[in-house]
Write a protein that binds this ligand. Structure first.
Ligand code: C2R
Length: 162
């Protein structure tokens, strides 16, 4: 199946975080592609990727980067597809640098920013799937069932309080 989600990251060192977005997409059986693309290190490739994405059938881009995390914002500058930014936890500043680099976009060029690190990457995968579910009833049902399962797990977890 052609990929509907593009999962990109600034470095292969981000994979440990970004694989959590891919795990959710695997679980939900949403077709995606994954690729290392860097605004800093491969700017031409980044431009090409962002410009061609919609024409190739990509509907949402998840972009993860750490430190001076310009990738999500620069991709968003070159496409009007929804871009979800994942701040990767940096060593020096614990990801606060990544978060602030991604979240403070100027008006007119939005990036939907999730939390720092693995939980953020998981939510990025879920959010991308939820966007697709606007026009995909089967996926909406799968997401509803997953949400119900999460609720049951929380309700049952009261039993752990011994
Ligand atoms: N923030 C960016 C961009 C970008 O925004 O284009 N490209 C790479 N990086 C980040 O540099 C960090 C260190 O990368 P290395 O581990 O390769 O040195 C990574 O978290 C990556 O996302």
């Amino acid at each position: 199946m052609n990929p509907k989600i593009g999962v990109i990251m600034g470095s292969s060192s981000d994979w440990e975080t970004m694989k959590h977005a891919c795990d959710i997409l695997d679980e939900l059986q949403v077709p995606y592609e994954k690729k290392v693309v860097s605004a800093h290190r491969t700017p031409d490739l980044m431009f090409e990727y962002a410009e061609a994405a919609r024409g190739r059938g990509i509907q949402v881009i998840i972009a993860g980067a750490g430190g001076a995390a310009h990738l999500p914002g620069m991709v968003a500058a070159k496409t009007t597809l929804p871009v979800i930014g994942v701040p990767v936890q940096s060593r020096a500043l614990n990801g606060l640098d990544s978060l602030l680099s991604i979240v403070q976009m100027p008006g007119g060029v939005p990036v939907a920013t999730v939390a720092i690190g693995k939980a953020g990457a998981t939510n990025a995968g879920l959010l991308a799937a939820q966007i697709l579910s606007i026009t995909d009833a089967e996926l909406a049902n799968i997401l509803d069932a997953r949400r119900e399962m999460t609720k049951q797990q929380v309700l049952e977890s009261t039993g752990d309080l011994v």
